[in-house]
Design a protein around this ligand. Structure first.
Ligand code: GTP
Ligand code: MG
Length: 200
């Protein structure tokens, strides 16, 4: 995909507020702080579009961005901040989780789930929950390992990818894994290519 423009549309906290169904969607999910918003900014080539600070009041909303492509129609990229964010009250966290689960399982325009995973870390309980949920789904899934620049030598890179693939397979997901860095741009064009292929 070749991005020509991107703009914030709105933050959504309930089903009825989701945008109209006629624009295809890709969503970025994953634990808080793995680098989803930073990656989104890289993907669309705008440094400050998605808010990488994760302001607490916005952590229980889906942030919707409209992306214009030279080589295809528009799409919506959704950023799901703060998954697993511990400071919120329990009932609020539960409500938010139910909304995300419904979004991932029922949302008609959803074409691709991008699962951000910190490449330095083992998959966490929340990641495994997501895999369980997505394993039986019709929606294409891509594991995006983030912060590759923090890994050491090349063999660390290969190891991170292998480890993620193994965990995905254990969860019954034979899915592509892309190693990325929003810092130096590694893997970003590969993620763009997946989005371009799948979100139409
Ligand atoms: N070294 C390095 N740091 C990164 C990279 N991507 C993000 N970070 C840093 O990781 C921190 C978290 O990044 P965010 O993009 O806010 O993470 P997030 O997944 O959107 O977090 P939530 O919105 O809380 O869910 C920030 O301090 C970023 O600067 C990367 O590729 N390399
Ligand atoms: Mg974020």
């Amino acid at each position: 995909m070749n991005v020509t423009d991107a703009a914030f549309v709105k933050s959504v906290a309930e089903w009825e507020a989701l945008p109209s169904d006629d624009v295809p969607e890709a969503v970025l999910v994953g634990r808080s702080n793995v680098g989803k918003s930073t990656l989104l900014n890289r993907l669309v080539g705008q440094r400050d579009l998605a808010d990488p600070s994760g302001k607490p009041e916005r952590t229980r909303r889906l942030d919707v961005y409209r992306v214009e492509r030279a080589d295809g129609g528009p799409l919506h990229l959704l950023d799901a901040p703060g998954l697993g964010y511990a400071k919120a009250p329990e009932d609020e966290r539960e409500r938010w989780k139910r909304f995300i689960v419904r979004y991932l399982t029922e949302r008609a325009p959803l074409r691709l789930v991008l699962h951000g995973i910190d490449s330095r870390r083992e998959l966490q309980p929340l990641d495994r929950e997501l895999l369980q949920l997505l394993g039986g789904q019709r929606v294409p899934y891509l594991a995006v390992l983030t912060k590759a620049d923090t890994l050491g030598e090349r063999k660390e890179h290969a190891r991170a990818v292998r480890r993620a693939k193994e965990t995905l397979l254990e969860a019954g997901l034979e899915a592509p894994v892309v190693l990325t860095s929003a810092e130096n741009g590694d893997g970003v064009s590969e993620v763009r290519a997946w989005i371009g292929d799948l979100v139409r």
